[in-house]
Design a protein around this ligand. Structure first.
Ligand code: NAG
Ligand code: NAG
Ligand code: NAG
Length: 486
């Protein structure tokens, strides 16, 4: 760990052993969810099917517990309970996502489902009545199945359909919603679906090809929605628009220059792929991605680079499309250099040329490393000229239970790492969002992994929510704006 504080403060902090860490004035503390993971009501009142409805219905064997999100936390009906819990926690903001096919059942903006609109109006109005800032994600993975049938995110036209959807959302809700996140975790969409086949839809693997086609469409979709907000809504609505990018921290496994470079490559392929085109003054993909993928494509005898080129106009369209940088973070990994033999079958992994492992000695557990979070925040600061960052997700998964001491420790350690990055390192972060307010449908893991501050009883048709120890802990942090001393 490194400290950049003036010597007097440093001595004081040594003398005191521990130091009271206070959140700066105006720092926002909140919680997050996503539509598919909590809403249920999968075909209620005219909602169209999403890729997650199709996957869980057609291939239950691909979900750890063979369950679906048909009911999930039933927030489609129990949104008032959610607001009560959020109000009792006194969170500053609630990050939730819109189900695209609930609002536009076919994916296209020619038909709007009034019942879907009413649901989100109720939720937004309820939040505002309780002084909770709504932070709305437009796309958190539940693509209308109808658009997947046209190729999903590998079809460049989806960027335009997404902008149409964004326009409907800005028009309907933008008078009250002032924080918009266009797309949640681009890598989890493109890499999980096209590289690893661990997302939805299933069975469309296209390693090293579909992965990058999807990436280009996502970047353009984000940029088109942002530009649309600029040209048609910003003046009247005065909100902020950003994208949420997930990133691990890649720590070099050794100090050999190959491994240090590999760790940097891991960051550029993982985070830079999305952030460099948007947040860097040069725009476009990171140089290392362009060079490596072009070289590999050539040795594999492709006629051109598998990384689809961004034209100068596209580079310009994407560059600078942010009011803030939404960052999700969970894990730190050790990274070492790895050379793959030249062949004809490409992949993202071969392009990246790294090996990822966990360090069994790390505390509190391999890959859960608070100082990695601090290093990540510093990397974003250095790489993109210290943009305004909102941490839009951070949290801890376990097997469930009300007395979740490990989650309390996790939250304390990660908020401490964040505050050191802000107070000592000068990172420009003004929000932190716990994933998640309650246990929910964890994608292909079903209900086997729990991230909630509240327990949900999924065998009870009323889906009661019960606060865990961590809910009380976070409530106290929000109230005191201070982390308890060790
Ligand atoms: C790399 O060097 C730094 C600074 O000298 C040191 O703190 C760190 O422990 C070294 N890391 C490894 C994996 O050897
Ligand atoms: C690419 O094509 C050249 C020329 O036909 C051939 O010699 C080479 O083995 C091919 N590369 C691969 C990876 O198959
Ligand atoms: C969950 O709900 C079911 C059905 O009402 C009930 O039988 C069970 O005891 C509940 N579980 C817990 C842990 O409260």
């Amino acid at each position: 760990m490194y400290r950049k504080i003036i010597p007097v403060l440093w001595l004081l902090s040594l003398g005191a052993q521990s130091r009271e860490l206070k959140f700066p004035k105006g720092f926002k503390l909140g919680v997050a969810t996503a539509s598919y993971q909590i809403e249920g009501g999968w075909k209620a009142d005219g909602k169209g099917p999403s890729v997650w409805d199709a996957l869980t219905h057609d291939h239950p064997e691909l979900i750890a517990d063979h369950q679906t999100g048909d009911v999930a936390c039933d927030s489609y009906h129990l949104w008032k309970d959610d607001i009560t819990n959020l109000k009792n926690m006194k969170v500053d903001h609630y990050r939730f996502s819109l189900s695209w096919p609930r609002i536009l059942p076919s994916g296209f903006s020619n038909v709007i489902n009034p019942e879907g609109v009413k649901y989100y109006n109720n939720l937004i109005d309820g939040l505002i009545a309780n002084k909770i800032e709504p932070m709305v994600t437009l796309f958190h993975w539940d693509l209308p199945q109808n658009l997947q049938n046209l190729g999903g995110w590998t079809n460049p036209l989806i960027a335009d359909y997404f902008a149409d959807f964004a326009k409907v959302a800005f028009k309907l809700f933008g008078d009250r919603v002032k924080y918009w996140i266009t797309i949640n975790e681009p890598a989890s969409i493109c890499v999980d679906v096209y590289e690893y086949d661990i997302g939805a839809p299933a069975f469309v693997r296209s390693p090293g090809i579909g992965t990058y086609l999807c990436g280009k469409t996502i970047l353009l979709a984000h940029a088109k929605a942002f530009r649309l907000y600029d040209s048609e809504f910003r003046a009247a609505q005065k909100g902020k628009v950003g994208i949420t990018i997930d990133s691990t921290w890649g720590e070099p496994k050794t100090n050999r220059s190959q491994d240090v470079e590999a760790a940097e490559r891991e960051m550029q392929f993982g985070l830079g792929w999305w952030a460099h085109p948007i947040f860097s003054p040069q725009g476009d993909y990171p140089e290392v991605m362009k060079t490596v993928i072009a070289q590999n494509s050539k040795s594999e005898n492709f006629s051109e680079s598998r990384l689809p080129r961004l034209s100068p106009d596209e580079v310009k369209l994407i560059q600078g499309t942010f009011d803030f940088f939404g960052l999700n973070h969970y894990h730190t990994w050790l990274i070492s250099d790895k050379k793959f033999p030249v062949g004809t079958s490409p992949s993202f992994i071969k392009d990246k040329g790294t090996e990822v492992s966990a360090n069994p000695d790390w505390k509190p557990s391999p890959k859960i490393v608070p100082w990695g979070f601090r290093k990540l925040l510093n990397w974003v600061k250095k790489e993109y000229n210290n943009p305004l960052v909102i941490v839009t997700e951070n949290g801890y998964g376990d097997a469930g239970g009300l007395d979740d001491k490990a989650r309390v420790l996790f939250l304390k350690d990660f908020m401490e790492a964040l505050l050191l990055a802000v107070l000592d390192d000068g990172c420009n972060v003004n929000g932190y969002t716990v994933w998640s307010i309650m246990d929910n449908m964890e994608w292909r893991s079903g209900y086997t992994v729990k991230f909630g501050l509240f327990d949900v009883n999924f065998t009870d048709p009323r889906r009661p929510r019960t606060p865990k120890t961590s809910a009380q802990f976070y409530q106290t942090v929000i109230k005191t704006r201070t982390l308890p001393e060790k």
